[in-house]
Design a protein around this ligand. Structure first.
Ligand SMILES: N[C@@H](CCC(=O)N[C@@H](CS)C(=O)NCC(=O)O)C(=O)O
Length: 341
């Protein structure tokens, strides 16, 4: 057996949970180092950007390379490890998977961060967890002060994701719509792209481990709105026993009808966000205002999400003509077409 792939992360990090579930499904041997960058493990290099999860890939000189960013790591693992792929083999569907994965990573995380820190009950719940998830032996007499300090730091960062009194309703309504859409998808076929999971499912799952299981307000909302989705999250944690077949992927001809509601949600909230953010960055503005879902939206400009849009556009441009046409057909009337015009 080759050495397990090491990664550091925390149970409360949606991207850590995304990657753990993907590793389990793909049966890639791993070693989970629970922790955080505030207490670096001796002998482990620091990544350029200190994010969770951080993967430690073996480097050519026998050392370790610290690598972050879940989506490119998932693609690297597809190249390095054969079998049990989490990417649809139809290029048009693979592209739609990239788009939905990006929506989950970059938009749904707004709901995750909002629900964690916007309401009193949730703040009281999350503060101590954030300490004990990374430092289980934090001394009792300090833990409360540490929880208060980390809560304050995170609440002060709510504005960064665009969560404020003006946007709260937009974020919360969007979450409830997503639950109903996923409820239908899971009832119809189990996963977004068929009877087997794709990286988009793991990205949705990662955010939902927090929204549906940890935060009291959104957990209660999930249970009331879509108990099936809550149950799905509990199961997706470990899909190592699933036996995926090629025929389990959605067929191209089925994609439009099957994915229309989810893509319409992406087009309703995430597409206008990505476009307004990129426009602001281009104009050199460090914050922007936009209209999302018929309501005002205001937040700082985010360089990373400019890159997300550029990557999606490059992926679309790289598709062969008939695949582009199939993607355009699936995106018709969803509001997502505006991203690629
Ligand atoms: N795009 C990255 C995002 C990773 C990320 O933002 N991780 C969060 C935790 S879930 C983080 O490490 N934030 C910095 C911090 O907590 O200091 C990915 O997909 O891996």
């Amino acid at each position: 057996m080759s050495a397990p792939l090491e990664l550091m992360g925390a149970p409360g990090s949606p991207y850590t949970r995304k990657m753990l579930a993907l590793l389990r499904y793909r049966r890639i041997p791993y070693a989970m180092l629970w922790g955080g960058h505030q207490r670096p493990a001796p002998g482990y290099p620091e990544p350029k950007v200190k994010l969770l999860p951080t993967f430690y890939f073996p480097s050519s000189d026998g050392g370790k390379d610290a690598v972050v960013d879940s989506t490119p790591i998932a693609r690297r693992l597809e190249r390095d490890v054969a079998g049990r792929s989490a990417l649809p083999n139809d290029p048009a569907l693979a592209f739609l998977n990239d788009l939905i994965e990006d929506y989950a990573d970059e938009w749904l995380t707004k709901a995750m961060f909002h629900f964690r820190w916007a309401h009193e009950d949730d703040i009281a719940n999350a503060g101590p967890l954030l300490i004990f998830w990374s430092i289980p032996n934090a001394p009792r007499e300090n833990a409360e002060a540490m929880a208060t300090a980390i809560s304050k730091r995170q609440i002060d960062r709510l504005y960064v994701v665009g969560s404020n009194a003006v946007t709260a309703k937009t974020i919360e309504d969007s979450y409830v719509r997503l639950l109903m859409i996923l409820d239908d998808i899971i009832e119809a076929r189990g996963f977004v792209f068929g009877d087997r999971p794709a990286t988009a499912d793991f990205a949705l799952y990662g955010q939902l481990t927090q929204l549906a299981q940890v935060e009291p307000t959104s957990s209660a909302l999930t249970r009331r709105t879509a108990p099936r989705v809550r149950a799905w999250v509990d199961r997706v944690e470990d899909l190592s026993g699933l036996a995926p077949q090629d025929a389990d992927w959605l067929q191209r001809g089925e994609a439009r009808a099957a994915l229309a509601p989810l893509l319409a949600e992406v087009g309703r909230v995430y597409a206008p966000f990505l476009i307004a953010n990129a426009r602001a960055a281009q104009a050199g503005q460090d914050s922007f205002e936009a209209e999302i879902d018929g309501r005002p939206w205001a937040q700082p400009t985010f360089a990373y999400q400019v890159k997300c849009l550029a990557a999606l556009r490059a992926g679309f441009a790289a598709l062969a003509g008939p695949d582009q046409a199939a993607v355009r057909d699936s995106l018709a009337d969803t509001g997502c077409g505006a991203l690629f015009n």
